[in-house]
Design a protein around this ligand. Structure first.
Ligand code: GLN
Length: 193
């Protein structure tokens, strides 16, 4: 059985582990460089991208993650995890870096104060019915997609909140907190294949 890692530096690690285990995956936490090399897929959780960035450098896992993404590792990022996957970041803090891989700009904290957190039903045709129950928590949006990036879901106003580029999957929202398992299942399919 393929082994999937959850990057466990900061963020909602446990919620991802729960969904992945419920789907039958062999799940390990990734915190050290050697663990980066031992997984067949990686989930980057939600949390705070500037903190994940700093800790990834402090723990010495950054370069290995960047390398594995370049080599085609399936990765699923939610919210801060999506930010970490983006090649370009808007509204990052000074010096903030991402792992990159996804040819898109991701804008941090894209929703105003009054709607920092909200839940909506999203149509995601690629996942089939029913719509996705999506929880947004100080969420980013995806802008300026490269030609290889496919949109999986957008808000009714057109803002893009779920994308895929080959083995990379990213959602601005948190399926792991609303009982939505189809994105994780899609990620596991990439890992298995
Ligand atoms: N606003 C956070 C960031 O910039 C992301 C929030 C989240 O992951 N729920 O990283």
């Amino acid at each position: 059985m393929p082994r999937v890692g959850v990057l466990a530096l900061q963020g909602d690690v446990r919620e991802h582990e729960r969904v992945l285990r419920a789907l039958g995956a062999d799940v390990v936490r990734v915190r050290r460089e050697e663990e980066v090399w031992q997984v067949d897929g990686l989930v980057i959780p939600g949390g705070e991208s500037s903190v994940i960035d700093k800790l990834a450098r402090a723990f010495g896992v950054r370069d290995a993650i960047v390398q594995r993404i370049r080599d085609g590792l399936p990765v699923y990022g939610t919210c801060a995890g999506l930010i970490m996957l983006a090649d370009r970041i808007a509204d990052g803090i000074g010096g903030q870096r991402t792992f990159g891989g996804l040819d898109a700009t991701v804008r941090r904290n894209a929703f105003g104060r009054q709607s920092e957190s909200f839940e909506v039903e999203l149509d995601a045709p690629a996942l089939d019915a029913p719509p996705v129950r999506a929880a947004f928590i100080r969420a980013p949006v995806v802008e300026q997609l490269g030609p290889g990036v496919e949109v999986l879901a957008a808000l009714p106003d057109g803002r893009i909140v779920a994308v895929e580029q080959g083995p990379l999957l990213g959602t601005a929202f948190h399926p792991e907190v609303t009982g939505e398992t189809r994105f994780h299942a899609r990620f596991l399919e990439r890992v298995g294949g």
